[in-house]
Design a protein around this ligand. Structure first.
Ligand code: NDP
Length: 271
């Protein structure tokens, strides 16, 4: 399997060509608006990455950053962006301040512009599962008939990930914080593909038994004892492939924003 960094590099070349030919064919400049409320450190880093990707892909990125905002003001801004024909993708960076309901915001972004895929009526898959499943398929990982284990059941990662694997004909098990450790160990032992999305450092470590040809995908973004960025999994587990953190799923997630933007732009051409 290609390392994720290499895979993403190639993927970006492919996407840039697609955006460029879209621009040339329809004379439309692809445009993404990123809305941020507050000054969360992690959000600042993620947004810098998204803007860098936009520049590389020739997509116009507009970063609207506000110190504070009421829920009503944010919803009105989303309405304005939903109605702006020169804006093709709208992304509201999470987490939001406590005075704003994330659920209301996710529902308010038009499914036609929802690059994150968080709206329940969205036609695109949320970016993290979308990036992972595309990577596995394009790297020819056999999914059909395999045992896939998804650790975590959030609406933005665990559940859509399980659905993607199921759609690719894996036999899928979802576990969560209430799954007894002894059961988890049994599931891990049998799994061909494991996606861990818990936010728990060393969720799986060398005390677990793995299939030697297992594929481990680490979604977690945590800090280790020294404060360094790390995933859910102990490094160097005895398997065929383990995705790194940093330099792994985060890159796949970022690139999927643009795969989704392109898909939405194509779908919306005649609307
Ligand atoms: P949530 O907190 O919404 O969900 C975490 C899930 O993990 C829950 O379903 C929870 O179970 C489960 N869980 C927690 N502890 C355990 C445990 N001990 N055993 C089994 N399951 C457990 O997080 P997200 O899904 O939003 O994100 C998960 C992680 O992925 C985070 O570290 C986040 O930062 C990272 N992330 C990374 C992205 C990337 O691009 N790299 C993108 C999105 C997220 P329960 O439901 O029972 O509470």
């Amino acid at each position: 399997m290609k390392e994720i960094k290499e895979y993403v590099k190639d993927k970006k070349i492919e996407l840039k060509e697609k955006f460029d030919s879209f621009k040339e064919k329809y004379d439309i400049e692809p445009s993404l608006v990123i809305v941020q409320i507050g000054d969360n450190d992690a959000s600042n880093t993620y947004i810098r990455g998204k803007i860098k990707d936009s520049n590389e892909l020739n997509v116009k990125a507009t970063h609207l950053k506000y110190e504070t905002m009421t829920e009503g003001e944010l919803l009105s801004l989303i309405d304005k962006l939903n109605n702006d024909k020169d804006v093709h993708g709208v992304l509201v960076q999470l987490p939001l301040p406590k005075n704003i309901s994330e659920e209301k915001v996710k529902r308010r972004i038009s499914p036609l512009k929802d690059v994150d895929g968080f709206n329940e009526y969205s036609t695109v898959v949320p970016c993290t599962p979308m990036g992972i499943i595309t990577y596995l398929k394009e790297e020819n990982v056999l999914i059909q008939g395999k045992n896939a284990l998804v650790i975590g059941r959030s609406n933005i990662v665990g559940l859509p990930m399980a659905k993607c694997l199921l759609d690719a004909n894996a036999s899928v098990t979802i576990v969560h914080s209430k799954t007894p450790l002894s059961e988890l160990k049994d599931y891990v032992k049998k799994a061909d593909i494991i996606v861990s999305a818990t936010g728990k450092y060393k969720m799986l470590d060398s005390t677990f038994e793995f299939k030697s040809d297992a594929i481990l995908i680490d979604v977690g973004m945590n800090r280790d004892e020294e404060g360094k960025l790390c995933g859910d999994l102990e490094k160097g587990l005895p398997v065929k492939f383990q995705s790194p953190v940093p330099g792994g799923v985060g890159l796949l997630t970022r690139v999927s924003i643009f795969t989704n933007l392109l898909k939405l732009m194509n779908e919306n051409l005649n609307k």
